[in-house]
Each structure stands twice: as C-alpha cells, then as structure tokens.
Write a protein of this length. Structure first.
Length: 78
C-alpha cells in the first residue's frame, strides 16, 4: 500500500541535514484507494469495505552524503 517517504539528506563533512520534499511511493494494489491501479468505479460505500483507506506510516530515509552541503560548498568557494 502507498506511503510517503521522508528524505533527509545528511552531509557528513559539515554535519548539516536538509529535508527534501516528501515523496509519494505508489503501490500497484488494486485494493488500495491511492494506487494508480485502483479502479475509478470503486467508490464508497464498497470501497471503504474492500480497499485500504489510509497510507502507511511514512518511511524515513536519511542518505549519508560524503560531501559538504550546498551552502557550505558555496562558502568554501568563497
Ligand atoms: Zn497503495
Ligand atoms: Zn476501492
Ligand atoms: Zn553544511
């Protein structure tokens, strides 16, 4: 089922972290209300009984980047 992914880039060289816009991760489950494969003909009250009505809890994704962040990189260049 679909969920949001929260991405926070962490820059190892300066320790700064930046949030990226949340990404929607779509599933292909027909019984998920948010899925692209969910039939448009499936509407409440049937849909509420047969399909997921909620997204999963957001996944936290924090890639560690071995570099300075864009701001520090800018400052270093002067
Ligand atoms: Zn889904
Ligand atoms: Zn449905
Ligand atoms: Zn930085």
């Amino acid at each position: 089922m679909c969920c949001w992914r929260r991405v926070q880039n962490t820059y190892k060289r300066c320790g700064h972290a930046y949030d990226l816009p949340d990404q929607m991760i779509e599933c292909d489950n027909q019984h998920c209300r948010f899925s692209p494969t969910h039939p448009s003909t499936c509407v409440p009250p049937v849909c509420t009984e047969t399909c997921w009505q909620f997204r999963q809890f957001p996944q936290q994704y924090t890639p560690q980047i071995d570099a300075f962040c864009p701001v520090c990189e800018e400052r270093r260049r002067g």
